[in-house]
Design a protein around this ligand. Structure first.
Ligand SMILES: *Cc1c(COP(=O)(O)O)cnc(C)c1O
Length: 369
């Protein structure tokens, strides 16, 4: 291990691309010139080589094991980010269905998703949190689902910091969930969903690869007239090798999954760590409501993105720049919410959250009047 590199690392609270587990970076670095038994870099080998096929199959199997993905679901590794899924999901599942797609709008990303779905067919909004700047969530069991092609959810709204803590009940709808910013943060019941998608660069790997988990029977909806790359069937039939897939990204997703299995001890253990980390910050917000004002309602707080405001813009700016002198980086909130956003994904160690909490206590004590 290169000690200097580890010492130089800051605590990186970026919303994405975000921090990766150090053991993952170390393994990738160690094997970068030559994958064991391969004699060449992961960046240099054919996607059809037996070495890469083994990496692809291993990454898929690890995701299947971690999430207990049922056999009737396909796991696809794609490019284009979650933005492409905003288009592909309605192109494949809505177009020509004669039904509407339902949306639960809990923040910015859901709004981008519905905008693309509208190009493909009818949409219906079941719930819209814009009235309170997306600071809360509905109870999914209380929504008025109709006959629809599917119902789209955003499991964690990365910008506002609101997150569903449970899976939807089965049978209410075909749920399509954008899990881009909380994929692999807790165990989920995949069978409650028709489709799950997640770009990797928040919580599962580097930018460039997007994981799509799709129930078999939904593949029948993909129309042959779709452009080749846009058709889920093309990717499913080719086992993610329809075109050259993002080989390095898939390799790193596999390493992250291995880290979750072998070093963290699975998704239940990861969930507990995430609960504990988030509590360090939310506990402080609750203690200091006059100084740190949380954006999300208490019951809907995200374990991944902690959003809060300070009493003034001047204090917010001072907070961000002073934090950086303590090696606490990328804390500025998104402009639509303002204030601070601390993204504390799986790879953020508890020490990083403790360092941020200690800085927040000190900053409050020096500036609160
Ligand atoms: C980041 C993000 C996206 C967009 O991902 P891209 O890979 O940039 O297309 C979509 N949804 C959510 C919830 C996100 O956090």
């Amino acid at each position: 291990m290169s000690t200097n590199a580890a010492v130089d690392r800051v605590f990186n609270f970026s919303a994405g691309p975000a921090a990766l587990p150090v053991p993952v970076l170390e393994e990738a670095q160690r094997d970068l010139l030559s994958l064991p038994g391969c004699g060449a870099s992961i960046l240099e080998i054919s996607h059809r080589s037996k070495q890469f096929i083994a990496i692809l199959e291993d990454a898929e199997q690890r995701l299947r094991d971690l999430l207990a993905i049922p056999a009737n679901y396909r796991v696809l590794f794609m490019q284009g980010g979650s933005r492409l899924q905003f288009s592909m999901a309605p192109m494949n599942l809505l177009r020509g269905s004669g039904k509407a797609a339902e949306f639960v709008l809990t923040g910015s990303w859901g709004n981008y998703a519905i905008k693309e779905a509208k190009r493909e067919g009818e949409t219906r909004v079941l719930w819209d949190g814009s009235g309170t700047n997306y600071d809360r969530l509905p109870k999914l069991s209380e929504l008025d689902y109709g006959a629809s092609a599917y119902c789209h959810l955003t499991s964690n709204e990365t910008i506002q910091g609101v997150q569903f803590s449970d899976d939807p009940a089965s049978g209410e709808s075909v749920f399509v969930s954008d899990m881009s910013s909380d994929f692999l943060h807790r165990p989920i019941d995949v069978s409650r969903y028709g489709m799950i998608y997640a770009c990797a660069q928040k919580n599962a790997g580097p930018a460039g690869v997007t994981v799509v988990i799709l129930r078999d029977d939904l593949l029948e909806r993909s129309n042959d007239s779709l452009p080749g790359y846009m058709n889920y069937n093309a990717h499913a039939k080719a086992k993610s090798l329809y075109n050259t897939p993002p080989t390095f990204g898939i390799y790193v997703v596999g390493l992250v999954a291995k880290w979750l299995q072998e070093e963290v001890g699975g998704l239940a253990a990861m969930h507990q760590r995430n609960l504990d980390k988030a509590q360090l910050l939310y506990g402080l917000l609750d203690e200091s409501p006059d100084f740190y004002q949380g954006h999300a309602q208490v019951s809907d707080r995200s374990l991944m993105n902690v959003t809060f405001r300070l009493p003034s813009d001047e204090l917010t700016e001072a907070f961000v720049s002073e934090a950086a002198t303590h090696r606490l980086e990328s804390l500025k909130g998104h402009r639509s919410v303002g204030g601070i956003r601390a993204s504390i994904y799986n790879a953020m160690p508890v020490e990083g959250v403790e360092a941020l909490r200690d800085f927040m206590v000190d900053f409050r004590d020096r500036h609160a009047n």
